[in-house]
Design a protein. Structure first.
Length: 504
């Protein structure tokens, strides 16, 4: 089976330049830094991802065959600029020396800017516009389609400004190397459909895609992890090496053919994967894991998902590729079930606990391992006030989006899961976040929510539904554009420099 690129068993699969070349690249930056420092102190920022249900630093497990890259691989030609996200996310971050100055380093330069410097200048203008939008005395932008508002957003003004800035300038270049089914393709039906839909929509997108790599802010590595698993994985041998080799070879080919991977060490590159094994395959290339933007359904911090640079894909189950018949539900007054779940017990550690405590234990909580034949899954979703969304072996669950589609308040039961778009959305205003250890207290937690508060959560969930709609063709603020916005924010987190000396 041919892959995206041919196998190469030689010794030339290093993705970075030799150390001497790296030294030549870094040394001028050190001199530049000393010069800037001599000009005087500048206020610096560092954005720390904050989430009500995620505590960073939980034990990371690392595959035995993947070594951490040398320290210089995550420094040098790329600078973090995460402070822009303090305007979009909340709670506000702590200020931390060591970030990049918001002062425009090229403002006093008399030499003509390079193409990359002009690109970065545009991003800097976007950062400043987003920060400015945080001010309460700024007039709200006029938007004919939608103006974000309400407590469902950490900061609706800055989100709106950021979204408009994205529409104004964001460009993605898709590497042309590789052939279907492993590249430029992917599933558009089933539980991993978001992977193929994002890749295919980007391929057809005339607004955000560019055919000129010099104009690109982000570079898509268009291999499909799901397709690699389907067509390459040998179930009899359980050998992962051929799958990992495809990812390694693809990065090797584009890094040797183009300058962009080596210029940023992968920090402005993107992979999209909804398959559970997406994180594992990304470990094949240390800089792909360490530096690149990984858009993943399996957004698990215990499996080395990094919220400040990675993106959560919402898992959307569509057997037909259409949402027809999946969206809509009755008002709260016509929902007679307190909470509902249906799913097999042999899928991860959380579901068995949920079924042990609540299967056939309480008439208000319908917990089924398998639905009786005379019951409809979607009918039960629409009859329920709360829909339970426990993680399986992996943290993502299509039940989260199904709940929002049917007007049921989702109850996220997971450990280490970073919910989709949580840099913009305050999930606690329209969902219940339940730690696995609180499963025995599930009914007490749900019944403690007053009717007034529940009605608010239900209404807010209906408002947030637009951000999870998979439209064909896509519409503004839908799931496709929200994923793009999450990628856009991660690109704003870094600054990329040309190779070689640069006058300031």
């Amino acid at each position: 089976m041919s892959g995206c690129v041919g196998y190469d068993d030689g010794e030339g699969d290093r993705e970075t330049t030799p150390s001497t070349k790296l030294l030549l690249l870094v040394a001028p930056l050190i001199l530049v830094s000393l010069f800037v420092a001599a000009l005087g102190p500048a206020k610096v920022f560092q954005w720390d991802y904050k989430s009500p249900w995620w505590a960073g630093g939980a034990g990371w497990s690392s595959p035995q065959d993947v070594e951490a890259p040398p320290a210089e691989q995550s420094l040098g030609l790329v600078r973090k600029d995460s402070d822009v996200n303090q305007s979009v996310a909340s709670p506000p971050p702590s200020e931390n020396p060591g970030g990049f100055s918001i002062k425009n380093a090229t403002a006093d330069s008399k030499k003509e800017l390079t193409v990359l410097e002009r690109l970065e200048a545009g991003l800097q203008a976007a950062r400043l516009a987003i920060r400015k939008a945080k001010s309460e005395d700024q007039a709200q932008e006029v938007d004919p389609d939608y103006v974000p508002s309400g407590p469902m957003y950490w900061n609706p003004r800055t989100f709106h400004r950021s979204y408009l800035e994205m529409e104004k300038q964001f460009k993605i270049y898709i590497y042309k190397e590789g052939e279907p089914p492993l590249c430029h393709d992917g599933p558009i039906k089933g539980i991993y459909s978001i992977e193929g839909n994002v890749i295919s929509q980007l391929e057809m997108d005339g607004r955000f895609q560019t055919n000129d790599p010099e104009k690109a802010h982000v570079f898509l590595l268009p291999f499909s992890v799901t397709s690699i698993v389907v067509f390459v994985f040998e179930g009899a041998t359980h050998d992962w090496h051929p799958m990992k080799r495809i990812v390694m070879d693809y990065v090797k080919v584009v890094s040797q053919k183009y300058p962009y991977w080596n210029r940023s060490l992968g920090a402005d590159h993107l992979m999209v994967a909804c398959h559970d094994w997406g994180p594992e395959l990304s470990f094949s290339v240390p800089n792909l894991y360490n530096n690149s933007i990984r858009a993943l359904c399996n957004a698990n911090t215990s499996e080395r998902f990094i919220p400040s640079k990675d993106v959560t894909l919402p898992e959307i189950l569509s057997e037909t590729g259409s949402l027809e018949g999946l969206v809509g539900g009755p008002p709260p007054s016509k929902r007679d079930i307190l909470a509902f779940f249906s799913g097999g017990p042999d899928h991860g550690p959380i579901r068995p606990v949920l079924l042990e405590h609540w299967e056939d234990k309480d008439p208000d909580i319908r917990a089924h391992r398998y639905l009786p034949k005379n019951m409809s899954y979607y009918d039960l979703l629409r009859r329920s006030k709360f829909c339970l969304c426990p993680s399986g072996y992996e943290v993502a669950s299509p039940r989260v989006v199904e709940s929002l589609y049917t007007g049921c308040v989702p109850v996220l039961i997971s450990s280490g899961y970073v919910a989709p778009f949580s840099d913009v959305l305050n999930w606690e205003t329209f969902a219940v976040i339940l730690a696995p250890e609180d499963i025995p207290n599930l009914k007490r937690v749900l019944t403690s929510i007053s009717s007034k508060q529940y009605l608010k959560m239900h209404k807010r969930g209906l408002q947030m539904r637009r951000h999870f709609m998979a439209n064909f063709p896509p519409k503004r603020y839908d799931v496709y554009h929200m994923i793009l916005h999450s990628i856009w924010l991660r690109r704003l987190n870094v600054r990329v420099y040309d190779e070689g000396p640069r006058d300031i």
